[in-house]
Design a protein around this ligand. Sequence first.
Ligand SMILES: [Fe+2]
Length: 476
Amino acid sequence: MTTTIDKQATQASWAKAIAKPATEFPLTQLSIVSGKIPANLKGSLYRNGPARLERGGMQVGHWFDGDGAILAVHFAEGQARATYRYVQTEGYLEEEKANKLIYGNYGMTATGSWWQRFGKTSKNVANISVLALPDKLLALWEGGLPHALDLETLETYGLENLEGLDHKRSYSAHPKRDPQTGEIFNFGVSYGKNATLNLYRSDRNGKLIKKNQANLQGLPMIHDFVLAGDYLIFCVPPLRMNPFPILLNLQSYSDSLAWKPQEGTEILVFDRHNLELVSRNIAEPWFQWHFGNGYSDRDGNLVFDLIRYSDFATNQFLKEVATGKIKTPAKGTLWQIRLNPQTGEFLETSQVLDRGSEFPIVASAQVGENSRYTYLSVHRSEDQQTELFDAIARYDYQTNTVTEADLGTNRYPMEPLFAPDPTNPNKGYIITVVFDGDRECSEVWIFDSDRLDAEPVCRLALPSVVPMGFHGTWRS
Ligand SMILES: [Fe+2]
């Protein structure tokens, strides 16, 4: 099934960014709209997201189904150059040639007659996030292997197995990198009669050095996890997939997921060194897409934060994004949990901020360690729960205060990313890509991370609209 664009969609200012497929551009010097590029900002910003929600007059079924395109912005010597490229996946090239949507995906079934749909249940859209390795950029998607790209030009090299992943395995889109050792932790879920959680530890170059597995209850979906000191924490939401309609191409993956709060949230804690299970437990039901950060406290307990939803309505919200008009509100808020790693029991659970939020991030130098600040996407006001996020903010765990960057009306920032100051990695810049719905253009906005409520340090014009996407990274 595919959806149709709501004709009123153009009324929502953000919808203009996704109303037509995004246009690529080659490496281009960016012009300054205001301010100045900081002299100590050296490195590259990469962002990924669905850039094409339509082909040959057919609409995709869910925002997650759009083909991934990546924005790279290279900063050096007070200048910035950018390029924007679709990931040249096998499915993208096949559909480009046919000028129609062929494959099924997270929120849609394959098109065509029954026999044409056979074997076309899933297309790797490479659209969720990126991982910058020393010699390549990986475009990540949680249902399959990553694609490797050129760090400078974003030319697609092809699928990447990290010297050890079977071609049927998946490598999820939220890897965690230890800031001290450079080791990279990640997972992938594989589905059979039961689901298996595959755990991966790689060296700083991405090469797999350790794997392990754990069985999961039923067939759940897992999007993200936590690196906290010496542990990896998984909170498996009470979602259960019915695989048969998917295999028969009768239902999409998204439509086959049932919310079963009676099952509770399964908590699994692993030792990050040997990837062995330390504890598992069942907690109350909730849903999360994303965690902020985690750390091991002085008493040996683990503390982590996340954006928590009371149910799975957020999936319907994200599906409706692709139609240009959101009817289903879904409010996620910032929570903090304290956990005993040896028993998997929660010692404390509290909502930190009662405000619709998403995309929590911390400075990369503090991943897995106690971090004072969490940066987030937020709504400017509470009555905007059926809109995309229109502000970014910083939550300070020491003072319990929020500092907000007000971008003005009809402007939509993407997930904030932290670019450290090379002389002091705990200070730096918050960079976001902003779509201006009034002027129908996209800009790169750079803030001093300690002065989000001040004017941006610099605003740069992008050559064409870069639609709102999911995740990115900063490579120093
Ligand atoms: Fe995500």
